[in-house]
Design a protein around this ligand. Sequence first.
Ligand code: MIC
Ligand code: SF4
Length: 680
Amino acid sequence: MDVRSDTILWAFLSDASKSEDKCVVKQKVNLTMVSVAKSILAKHVAVGDSKLVPGNEIGIRIDRTLTQDATGTMAYLQFEAMGLDKVKTELSVSVVDHNMLQSDFKNADDHLYLQSVAAKYGILFSRPGNGICHQVFLERFSKPGATLIGSDSHTPTSGGVGMISIGAGGLDVAVAMGGGLFYITVPKIMGIKLTGKLRDFVSAKDIILEVLRRIGVKGGRGYILEYFGPGLKSLSVTERATITNMGTETGATTSIFPSDEITKEFFKLQQREDDWVSISAGQEEDFDEVIEINLNKLEPMIAKPHSPGNVVPLSELEGKSVDQVAIGSCTNSSIKDMAMVAALLKGKTVHSRTTLGISPGSRQVLKYLAEKGMLADIISSGGRILESGCGPCIGMGFAPPTGSVSIRTFNRNFRGRSGTIDSEAYLVSPEVAVAAAIYGKITDPRKLGSYPEIEMPTSIDIDDSMILEPSDHPEDIEIIRGPNIQSLPKAIPLPEKLPKLNALIKVEDDITTDHIMPAGAKILPLRSNLPKISEFVFSQVDTTFATRALESKETGGGIIIAGENYGQGSSREHAALAPMYLGIRVVAVKSFARIHKANLINVGILPVEFADSDGFDKIEAGDSLEIAGIRTALEKGEKALTIRNTTKNIDIPVAYELSERERKIMLAGGLLNYTKEGGV
Ligand code: MIC
Ligand code: SF4
């Protein structure tokens, strides 16, 4: 049965059982008001109203979970702390893809820890080299109509097959693995209507860049982006996944496509046809708002430094000299992408001033390239083959030179993320990346000649031998803990009064989690060692931050002051855990990004927003602040609090936006404490 009609029936039955007299009317409403996202969410609501009123909190059942190594070690330490024997999900997968360079024991130790945890607790383990978590999940574990949360912000990649897939902090994933619900504020649904057909050399990446050009890095907050319209019939699953992957950069809760005959073809190719169900597209009236993109008119696009929202037509930057080109990442590393790259590179040579690095998204993709001779075409052109992993996307190797221009098929171009603080990163499609590599400058890819016809395979060799099954004898498995694995810090519940909070730092709008907790080849290996990684909090913004924070921890704790969209970007809970370790008790901002706010709550840091437009201006870094009546306000659900600036002798009204459950979590001192106390 089509999942959507199944849901309509289900919604009707549940309404009918609650309210007999109005059920006919409600049935009509439900019949016309179901988008793909709503149909799946409605089936998974376990707490809250299944009518999905935007702004309400709901708890949803999670069918599958995903972790990657950089967030996974913490997530599994937290799972271990829950004291369960086994995961309770239908399927949980742990992938090693981020911390791949093994310049000492740290990453290698973490891989062993993750492998042993997976074997013991019933989790599938995708070994290093098997591919990037989102590409591997899409290929082998995605399922239309199901729910997924992953400890990585690009988990929405699997929305490309019609799955509700949401990025979350590691602790939320640990709770879901333990059978707990995942709580979200019901988002609105933004329908994105695609009409027409992409022209040659314009690709799926240009569609999502166009979405970002229109709505920016804040425009998706509070929404699910759902695609529909006649333009879908020319987009393959991996092209759809490029779009849902990078929808994360709009701040959206997730992005989703329907599941149609094209999706079915993908499942056939993956020899998983049984996992496929049809979910028909929503209609225009199902959405809270609609934007339309005519694919016939789309041009190649480019996102300028240092934000994925700085999108302009490529033509504006033509001729700019390029030092490095990097192709790959969870956004653009499918068979289709890589086959296109190989075809365009065939018989050509990379320009002498430019280096080209290519990381295929998965072992399946890499093997296909090798079998078809495409790898030889890439190698002959001078392209450097990097491992199947995140690699340069997160500064794990292949850092660009000083002051350079790096053209990337990735999804993020934040300052310093490449590993080189003064390099400029630009985000483009694979076609544009190849043109830049060959000409050594930003070039319209249409200059490359005729557009290659990429024949997609109808069958491929499926080899899951690098995905390890959990042990049949979990009691015999010893968890391997190298010296890099440190124990979890204890969160201390907030007191009634914080009499002496030090305003340690004041930052502007759109601060990313890469600013708060940088990544890269030096810092990422410390992800399972909180005391050590905490030394790098805000290190690219203010090198004295961590030392000053630790000093304030002794005298009353710290507070971070920030502008709009604080914490955009990744799901890394280290951007909350490490500040917690350094004694941060409160973060006061103009507005938050979704996942980071949830992570702050999970570790017991109070997120508050300025109530007045000038509140932000009334605090300077270094001011001493006081907040009273905290526990009483949380217990009573009174949102308003006052920050007293004792340095300037003024009061600044702030408010928290927390559900009843979140208030209880704050009172318990974080989600782990709350769960241990029996909270659900
Ligand atoms: C990223 O792209 O920023 C990461 C690295 O994949 C993060 C996760 C992490 O920091 O480990 C993400 O997107 O959530
Ligand atoms: Fe890995 Fe980059 Fe994708 Fe993050 S965005 S999961 S670092 S490839």
